[in-house]
Design a protein around this ligand. Structure first.
Ligand code: NAP
Ligand code: HSE
Length: 428
């Protein structure tokens, strides 16, 4: 049955909300051809109408009342782009309970309360879509759920935060200061309202939790993810990395192993000829390894007004199609396993360690013996710069269990030979 018009409402009119408004306007006439229906944005929820009046051709669609949207029976799609947990959670839940479909870019909410919200959506026979929540403009949720459904997914590895990738690229390629690079990323609309979520790895942690849940069919929440951000990365680490033929990237990793699921976010030294090494600026990339497809890589803009709006509008189209063919709510969460999460101390990696050590004979032998006693073997040692009366030592270990490296560092850092371990970065 054809429907003349589908009505929608937008909650939040910031970077992504504005992008969605623009893309919907650009697509106005095309959309009618593509969907055989007209999509009308009836309301935009804001907190201060005057602040946003100049952004719309008809300011009467701006409202400060969520209830007016909830109580409007014509509105079938609610697009949440405010971010954060509250009031987004309450608004989304009540929209679903009122029989409205929801499209969101809110990874904080999906990574934390996704399971509960999908159930509410299913019970109310409506859609809950979130393509833009992971890797901005890159289609990854839908390919994982649909195109790759015939695979047992073993691993997902990605650069999924545009802000930190922008900062690290600027520091590496232009020698830019961390603070200036963060200010630029914020100005360009990549950073979260509170950029701590970006730079401390929480945003990437939420995204990898969402991807792991879909890929492995087991519930993975943000609390299951080990996170380490980029705030401790210095220009010294970047130059050592360059000299050794590596690039530092913030990597999100989810692995299905025999011992459980490994899910973590941390900076990583990547060989400069690895495809991930050339993912720069606000670009993101996601590598998926499945038993049938083998390796597949998704690449594109991971943040920003229009790239993110592209994913949101794609979801709006999908929901509109479901409304038109009366198949809303038929997408299942597909979480049917309960796989344990591996603790970080049981994961394995190679490590890059930068240490300030006493500058005297025998120090290297002492360090090597402490590593040896803790089952850590050394692959490479560089002794270069003097730091005051100390020497700076860079050690690259072989692939070892994290527990062994932390045990060895505990002993070394309390010994007289090491004055401090300045950096510990995992190596690909
Ligand atoms: P933003 O620029 O900070 O915009 C958020 C908007 O929501 C602001 O206009 C804010 O209005 C409004 N808002 C907040 N609470 C509200 C409330 N209670 N009622 C009405 N309006 C409210 O954020 P954004 O970058 O667009 O991000 C939006 C969402 O998309 C977040 O979940 C984010 O994680 C996600 N996302 C962002 C990107 C990106 O590149 N930016 C990419 C992918 C996903 P005020 O002016 O009143 O504060
Ligand atoms: N702050 C996020 C980023 C936005 O920088 O990747 C896209 O999710």
């Amino acid at each position: 049955m054809s429907q003349e018009t589908i009505h929608a409402a937008l909650l939040g009119f910031g970077t992504v909300g504005t992008g969605v408004y623009k893309v919907l306007k650009n697509q106005e006439s095309e959309m009618q051809q593509k969907l055989n229906t007209k999509l009308v944005l009836d309301s935009i929820l804001v907190r201060d109408i005057r602040k946003y009046e100049s952004r719309v051709s008809d300011p009467s669609i701006l409202t400060t009342s969520f209830d007016s949207i909830l109580e409007n029976p014509q509105i079938e799609i609610v697009i949440e782009l405010m971010g954060g947990i509250e009031p987004a959670y309450t608004y989304i839940r009540s929209a679903l309970e009122a029989g409205k479909n929801v499209v969101t870019a809110n990874k904080d909410l999906i990574a934390d309360k996704g399971g509960e919200l999908f159930q509410v959506a299913e019970e109310n026979h409506v859609e809950l879509r979130f393509e833009a929540a992971v890797a901005g403009g890159i289609p990854i949720i839908s390919p994982l759920k649909n195109s790759l459904a015939g695979n047992e997914i073993h691993q997902i590895m990605g650069i999924v935060n545009g802000t930190t990738n922008y900062i690290l690229s600027k520091m590496t390629d232009e020698g830019m200061d961390y603070v200036d690079a963060l200010a630029e990323a914020t100005e360009l609309g990549y950073a979260e309202a509170d950029p701590t979520a970006d730079v401390e790895g929480y945003d990437a942690g939420r995204k990898i939790a969402i991807l792991a849940t879909i890929a492995f069919h087991t519930r993975v929440t943000f609390r299951d993810v080990y996170t380490e951000g980029i705030t401790k990365i210095t220009s010294k680490d970047i130059s050592y990395a360059k000299a050794l033929g590596w690039v530092i990237k913030l990597i999100a990793l989810a692995k299905h192993t025999d011992e459980g699921i490994e899910v973590k976010v941390h900076p990583m030294l990547i060989p400069e000829n690895h495809p991930m090494a050339s993912v720069s600026g606000s670009y993101n990339a996601v590598f998926v390894h499945g038993d049938a497809v083998q390796d597949v890589m998704f690449y594109g803009r991971g943040a920003g007004e229009l790239p993110t709006a592209s994913s949101v509008v794609g979801d709006i189209f999908s929901v509109a199609r479901r409304i038109l063919d009366h198949s809303q709510g038929s997408t299942k969460d597909n979480v049917y396993r309960n796989i344990p999460i591996k603790r970080i101390e049981n994961t394995k990696s190679k490590y890059f360690l930068r240490m300030e050590v006493e500058n005297k004979p025998g120090v290297l032998a002492t360090i090597a013996s402490i590593f040896g006693n803790n089952s850590v073997s050394i692959e490479q040692v560089i002794q270069k710069n003097k730091v005051g009366s100390n020497a700076e030592l860079v050690i690259v270990t072989s692939c070892v269990r994290e527990r062994h490296i932390t045990d060895a560092l505990l002993i070394l850092n309390s010994s007289s030979v090491v004055s401090k371990t300045a950096s510990m970065i995992r190596v690909y």
